[in-house]
Design a protein around this ligand. Sequence first.
Ligand SMILES: Nc1ncnc2c1ncn2[C@@H]1O[C@H](COP(=O)(O)OP(=O)(O)OP(=O)(O)O)[C@@H](O)[C@H]1O
Length: 766
Amino acid sequence: MTDSIREYETKHLKNVLGKIGVAKTEAAQKINRAEKDESAINKNFYNDVRLKTNTYSGMMETSVSIRQQQQMLEERENSWKHATKEYDKLNKMQARPYFARLDFEEAGEGQPETIYIGLGSFADTPDHYLIYDWRAPISSIYYDSKIGKLTYNTPMGTQTVNVTLKRQFQIKDGEIDTIFDTDQVVGDQMLLDNLNGKSSTKMKSIVTTIQSEQNKIIRDTDSDLLFVQGAAGSGKTAAVLQRIAFLLYQYRGKLHSGQVILFSPNQLFNDYVNQVLPELGEQNMVQMTYYQYSSLRVPHMNVETLSERFEEDNSEDGQIRKINNLKNSLDYFKAATAYANHLNTEDMKFKNLKFNDEIFISKEKIAEIYYSFNENYNLRNRLSATKERLIKILNRRVKAEMKKPWVEEAVQDLGREQIEAVQRTHPDEFENADKEFNFLAKHIVIGAFKKVRKQIVHARFLRINNQFVHMLRNIPNLVNLEEYDLTKDAWEASVDKSIAQMKSGNISISDVSAYLYLFDKVSGKRAKTDIRYLFIDEVQDYTAFQMAFLKFTFPRARFTLLGDLNQAIFTHENSHKLLEELGTMFDPEKTNVVQLTKSYRSTEQITDFTKYLLGDGVEIESFAREGDKPMINFVDNHSEALQQLNDKINADQQKHDTTAIIVKTLGDAESLSEQLDQMDAKNTLIRTENQRLATGTLIIPSYLAKGLEFDSVVMWDATAEQYGDEADRQLVYTICTRAMHELTIIAEKTLSPIFDSVPAQFYDLQ
Ligand SMILES: Nc1ncnc2c1ncn2[C@@H]1O[C@H](COP(=O)(O)OP(=O)(O)OP(=O)(O)O)[C@@H](O)[C@H]1O
């Protein structure tokens, strides 16, 4: 870069920083003023409030005056909040105000323009922007265009511009580090610098190097369903977090972070990504795993954990797989819907409502009421009308109950204080003792009926578990079992298993969605209409049933689904069907399917290797970043394997922040960790998803490594015994693609045949 350019840009930066400094001082003064005002208002509160409480009009005046003071306090509070936010933003900006400059001419106008782009916008006077937010429509040019003509979207329609300069800056602590002009979309040098960095326990934002194809995902505002299928490491997660920040900016004032929900693969991942949005100046969205969501909703049962699900889905038992194939399908969802609808006419299960251990309203009576409403009622209306009638019955029973001997006894047993307390709720003197007795008796009966009332209000007379079992028993009438290669007996056996599980307080992940769906239908639970955007990362591990259920639960949300069908470690080959089935759930006109084929996480050597794990025909492009070829350590015995591993750990400690030793199951992880402990090799065992990620050497079961990345990855025990099945291919791919800079595979005596598909020139063998 020539000296004159550097000189010019340094001067410009100084000028901008000066103005930011002025704005920061103003913001600080505003904060100060608001704080002073607030304490003055608080101090003078009783002087300024006119306390007149003798007359009605005086009381009114007092309350108006208090309200005024409160309003003033609220205003100060808001202006304090606003100024503090502004101050924090400017403070951050002082370190790195912008990262790019664009020169262009708008078509037709011919006026050359220069803009600078940063994490937030900054104007010294209204409408005079010194820095544009990266999410502003015009900033899109930076991500999409090379030098030359380009169109971009604005709220007023498309605009054509001629870009004459794209300049990138690396600014640290208010000083320009590097400047480079590029005619590329987003210069590879800057991207390379970013990707060469070390891994971290927290994901970083990619705002300065968003790629054009990622920009399209980030700025999509038309689709109801945006499905991003991308290779491992292609930046799906990174792009989607930027997308959330973009949407919050684009719809500011109308959309807030509480209306956005992200379903993530596990809690470790939640922890990994939770700094990206705050770094971009936004609040985090609601973030949870499907397991957390379902567990929260069935607090009385234990939902199958990720580890249990993994063992089950990868089990050799063909019957379990077939049953799950059915339970996970859209056919099953339709069957559950049909079953729920038929409850409008028959088969709803009820419990007797009891009072003092006696039947108070029988289940037959409740059923009679429930089905007394005409066929125009849906399940929700039917239930609320039934509740209303039951409450009426309850109210009518008060009089009769008052005459019962237990009530008389209870009245006799009332203590003085209790009597006085009840009497105080009666405005006048009682005319006679009978009236007084009745009053007290009524009070006692109503109190005693409270429990029944609560049962009615909370619809405890429904028998949701029985209803669910009844549905399961009825499935053979609603689904063609043969299509799932199942016999009626096999299905019955699976129902018995589900019942036994529920009796011991457990429920499988494949049952819990159907259970919740039936519960929501029967109880008429209102859908969650406040959620406007729903994101699912690693969607390939979701079932069609879960997707349909989420769509039912969040009917007003636009869906962004990110996945890699080649990393389906739970749903395996069924994941390919998922896309097809999604097609039937959303309007095709409002569906956008985007493919990301370039992989950024790993070195070129690692991406080339992992690509072959998927066989031919998979389009994955590596990013040109050099590193060593993956190493396969093939050893004769266990102690040699451990020795190799130990050597690798030691070597990595010099170079890297994190080395993840990825093993198949939790049991494998525990056993390896113990062996390493005995060798005094320091390691952190990641046992559950609720742990925190740490730097150093981690041992982690495969299903918990989802979505994460590490400087160096060691795939441990890559033998034919552990990964011998073709169904393990996606798992092996997922494990190997976690590596950023180095990949090592250690196998004892046999090597998994899955590696046969990789040509020998793509790895070193030792
Ligand atoms: N445009 C970009 N600029 C800088 N870094 C990027 C960019 N795109 C992706 N990356 C980096 O590449 C790595 C992989 O990205 P990410 O985790 O989002 O991929 P993914 O598609 O979700 O992967 P997987 O499916 O394997 O979990 C991350 O370190 C991310 O920061």
